[in-house]
Structures are given as structure tokens and as C-alpha cells.
Design a protein around this ligand. Structure first.
Ligand code: 8YV
Length: 331
């Protein structure tokens, strides 16, 4: 890697991260924080030695093909890399890194928050007083939600975030169930009091709450298909803080409209940032809670993500293997 390698960052990052990047690298930062157009992204990969993208940049095979010979590292600001064609990058000798581990707890917190928001009707309740509706006072039968203690939680994808959710869920008195490509070691299962279901279908049919925590890969696209969603109990709730593509969103919407599921808490969508208008209508009818991809949105988390990005770039520029390399075989 030549001296004075140019690092191009596609979005604004926390001030502390940008300040440190200026000290460490010859860096071109985003002035206006707008998602880059395809043309702007092409221009970025033509001139950069290192690109720092986010989920808002679609780095497909076409973008990789347009990259200049200088581009050697894509240091993603984020954990999921489904917006990057890692195979195409690797084939061109471009290394890809991500930021695992530092958004685990924040995302698990947000999952619990969404779970409670749906079951205890938080957004609906929180609007009543500010909206100026007359409130005659407490009533034994008004605004009743559903208890989560004693219910069965099914975690789809038991990696770092799934396990962090399991720890929280236990404290809330939920029974923890999970489905994963690989069964966890027995010590981990015991520590989490988690029950493994080899069959996702069977697990779905028994759960009160299902929460998605697997990455989006070709193998998990619409993992929660129309057929599988129909296996769920009509009073069950689904929560997704992973990727919209893991659930067949149209099938989910149709079921929610027909009251074939009790509710959903969604932080991610299949065509982000576009959100299906039918979902908006369901939210207005208080059948779903929608968040604009806020799972990892804490200042601390974003600074930690920036740190990881910088460590990966520094190691790479100094000729070392960056700690958070993503290989096609990992996906
Ligand atoms: C990130 C996420 O903030 O890291 C991830 O995979 O989904 C987000 O919470 C986002 O991807 C930033 O690129």
C-alpha cells in the first residue's frame, strides 16, 4: 500500500471518530451526510485506496468492477455486509472488514424494547396524553397488553446478538428457545438456559414471541417464508432487528391484516429506506411498532464502530491482517 493512502468515508461519523481519522489518515469525509448516488459511489471507488461504506451504500459487482486498481480495502462501518458483494471484492483482491461485537448489547436492548413496545402497547399509550385525549383516569380494563413473563421466546440465529437477547430474556422470565445452523456448546446452552430446536418449523409453531437474529445471506433470504409464518400461533408476536429480507414481508403484512398474528415489532425492512404503506397503516392501527433501523443507534456504539473501522484500516495499511476480515466462506 502506497504512502498517503486515501480513505473515503461515505457518511458522517461521530465527531470523535472523524477527528481521529483526520489524525491517522489522508481522509475524505462526507460533508453533507447524504447517501451517495451510484455515480458518486463509482467516483469514490475509482479514487479511494480504502472505502468506508455503510448499509446505505449498495456495493454490488458493478461497483466492484468500476473500482480503480488502488482500491484494496472496504472497511465497512457496520456488522452486516449483505450490501457488499464480498465474493466479487475478494475475487478482485479487495479485503472486506466489518465491526462485530460492539453493537451486540445495544441491539439486544432494542429488541427487548420492541418486544415490550408491542406486547405492552407502549407507542399507543405514550401518545394518549400528548394527543390530548380526555383521560377519565385509571380503569381495570383499559389499555391491557399481554404479559411476557412465563412466555416462550424463540430466537432465530443464536450468534452474539441472539445470546445477548437470551440473557435479557431470562431476566424477564421468558423461556429461551433457539434455532441456529449449529447447536451451541452444552455449557453455553446451560448458562443461557436455552433449548435448541433443530427444526425451525417446530419451534415456530410453539413460540409466543419470535425474534430474528441471523444475518441476511442467500441461505436466510425469506427464511421466515409465507409457509413458515403460517406455522406460528395466531396470538404470537414477531420481532425483527436483523434484516428485513429474512422475513417474507408481504406474507407477514397479509397475516397481520387478517389478524392471523398478534403483532410485530420491526426495526428493519425489506426495501429500506422504503417502508410498505400497508405497514404504516398497520402501525397507525396499533398492530405493529415500526422503528427506522435504530437497533445499534447509540453514541457509544457508533464511536466503538468507528474505532473498529480505524483499527482495521491501520492494521491493513501497516501490512497486517486486519482483525475483522470478512471472507466469502463466512457468509
Ligand atoms: C448498522 C446494522 O448501524 O451493523 C449492522 O449490521 O444493521 C446497523 O445497526 C449499519 O449497518 C451501519 O452500516
Amino acid at each position: 500500500m502506497r504512502q498517503g493512502a486515501l480513505v473515503v468515508v461515505t457518511r458522517r461519523l461521530p465527531d470523535a471518530v472523524e477527528a481521529r481519522m483526520r489524525e491517522l489518515f489522508d481522509v475524505r469525509l462526507s460533508a453533507d451526510d447524504r447517501p451517495l448516488s451510484r455515480e458518486a459511489l463509482v467516483a469514490a471507488v475509482e479514487s479511494a485506496d480504502v472505502l468506508v461504506p455503510t448499509i446505505t451504500d449498495r456495493i454490488d459487482a458493478g461497483i466492484i468492477a468500476a473500482a480503480g486498481d488502488r482500491l484494496k480495502l472496504i472497511a465497512n462501518f457496520g456488522n452486516g455486509v449483505d450490501h457488499i458483494d464480498v465474493g466479487a471484492a475478494t475475487a478482485r483482491g479487495i479485503t472486506v472488514t466489518n465491526t462485530p461485537g460492539v453493537l451486540t448489547e445495544d441491539t439486544a436492548d432494542m429488541t427487548m424494547a420492541l418486544m415490550l413496545a408491542v406486547t405492552r402497547r407502549l407507542p399507543e399509550g405514550a401518545r394518549i396524553l400528548p394527543d390530548g385525549e380526555p383521560w377519565p383516569g385509571w380503569s381495570p380494563t383499559w389499555m391491557l397488553g399481554r404479559r411476557i413473563t412465563g412466555k416462550r421466546l424463540g430466537i432465530v440465529g443464536m450468534g452474539r446478538i441472539g445470546q445477548a437477547l437470551a440473557r435479557r430474556a431470562r431476566a424477564f422470565g421468558l423461556s429461551v428457545n433457539y434455532h441456529n445452523r449449529r447447536r451451541l456448546p452444552v455449557e453455553t446452552e446451560t448458562a443461557l438456559a436455552a433449548t435448541y430446536w433443530a427444526s425451525l418449523d417446530r419451534m415456530l409453531a410453539r413460540m409466543d414471541i419470535v425474534s430474528i437474529h441471523c444475518p441476511h445471506t442467500p441461505a436466510t433470504y425469506h427464511l421466515l417464508s409465507a409457509r413458515r409464518l403460517k406455522l406460528m400461533k395466531p396470538d404470537a408476536v414477531i420481532v425483527n432487528t436483523a434484516r428485513g429480507e429474512v422475513i417474507d414481508e408481504q406474507a407477514l403484512i397479509a397475516m397481520l391484516e387478517r389478524d392471523e398474528l398478534a403483532g410485530a415489532g420491526l426495526d428493519v425492512f425489506q426495501h429500506e429506506p422504503a417502508v410498505d404503506p400497508r405497514l404504516m397503516r398497520l402501525a397507525k392501527a396499533n398492530k405493529v411498532v415500526l422503528l427506522p433501523h435504530m437497533g445499534s443507534a447509540t453514541l457509544e456504539g457508533r464511536i466503538d464502530m468507528g474505532e473498529k473501522v480505524m483499527v482495521n484500516i491501520r492494521a491493513f495499511l501497516d501490512g497486517h491482517r486486519p482483525p475483522n476480515r470478512v471472507l466469502p466462506s463466512m457468509l
